[in-house]
Design a protein around this ligand. Sequence first.
Ligand SMILES: NC(=O)c1ccc[n+]([C@@H]2O[C@H](COP(=O)([O-])OP(=O)(O)OC[C@H]3O[C@@H](n4cnc5c(N)ncnc54)[C@H](OP(=O)(O)O)[C@@H]3O)[C@@H](O)[C@H]2O)c1
Length: 310
Amino acid sequence: MKAVRLHRRGGPEQLIYEDAPKPTPGPGDALVRVHACGITPTELSWGTTYTTREGVERLPTIPGHELSGVVEAVAPDASAPKVGEAVYALTDFWRDGAAADYVVVRAGDLAPKPQNLSHTQAAAVPLSALTAWQAFFDHACLTQGQRVLVHGAAGGVGTYAVQLAHGRGAHVIGTSRAVNTSFLRDLGCDEVIDYTTVRFEDRVRDADIVLDTVGGDTLERSWRVLRKGGVLVTVAESAPAEKAARYGVRGVEFIVEPSRAQLIEIARLIETGALRVIVEATFPLPEARAAFVRGLGGHNRGKLVLQVAE
Ligand SMILES: NC(=O)c1ccc[n+]([C@@H]2O[C@H](COP(=O)([O-])OP(=O)(O)OC[C@H]3O[C@@H](n4cnc5c(N)ncnc54)[C@H](OP(=O)(O)O)[C@@H]3O)[C@@H](O)[C@H]2O)c1
C-alpha cells in the first residue's frame, strides 16, 4: 500500500510518501480502507508518534489519527462493525495512524460515519470533536448558563468547543484574531476577543471554565480569569497543581481517548445540523508534508484533511 511515513523523529521534512506493508489486524482489530485522514499540526512532536505504549521506539511510523473509511476486514473475535460499513474513528496514538491506504484500528473504536458527511468531512471530526467533548463534559462537567472561555476558538479543537458549549447553553467567549470574529459568532460565540489587540484578562472575569488549546503565556494568564472553584482545562500543556491551588480552582490536563459511544453522539449532532464541520483545506495524501507545513503556520480555521481514496 501507499503510506506517509517518518523514518526518524522530526517535523514535516521527515515525511516520506512511499510503499509500506499493508497492516494485518490482530485480535479485536478491524482493517479499514482509508478514504480520508485528519491531521493535527503538532502531532509530529508528540512522543506517542514514535513509541509503543510501553515506550519502545516504533520507527518507521505513520501519522494521522483520525480517519473516515470503509471496513475491509474484521478479526473473528470482534462482533462489530461489519465489512463494507462506512466508519470514522480516533485511532490509538501508540499505533500507526491513517495517513495510508489502510489502517488497523481497535474494532470497538470505530463508529458509523455521519451519514450527511463526505469521508473528507468526517475525517475532520474524531480527534478534535472528542477533545472538545471530553474537555467539557467529562472533565469540566459543563452545565447550562456557565461562562466559558475558549482559547484558540478558530482552530481544530476550538471550532467544536465553541459549538458544543453553545449547544449546552453556555455563554461562550472565544479568543482569536479579528479576521475570525464573524465566523466565530456564527458558530455560537457570544463574545470574541481579538488576542492581538486586547488582553483577555482585561475583559473576562469569573469564568466557570477555561478551555486552553494554546498554552504558554495564554495558559499562564488564564488562571486569574476563573471564579473560585472554576475549572481550567488545557490540552496544550500541563496544568500545575500549585497554580490551581493558588487560585482556588481546578486544573485539568488530559489526552483525548477514543470513544465509539461519544462519536455516535457527535454524529447525531452533526446529522441534525447542531454541529458543523469546518475544513480549512484538503491535500492529496502524497502532499502530506505541505499539509503539516500549512498546519504549523498556526492560523487555520478548523481542520486540515488528507484525501486518500476520495
Ligand atoms: N491533549 C490532547 O488530547 C489534544 C488533542 C487535540 C489537540 N491538542 C493540542 O491542542 C493544540 C491545538 O490543537 P488544534 O488542532 O486545535 O490546533 P489548530 O487547528 O492549529 O488551531 C490553533 C488555533 O489557535 C489560534 N491561535 C493561535 N495563537 C493564539 C493565541 N495566542 N490566542 C488564541 N488563539 C490563538 C489560531 O487561530 P487564529 O487564526 O485566530 O490565530 C488557530 O486557529 C495543539 O497544541 C495540539 O497538540 C491536544
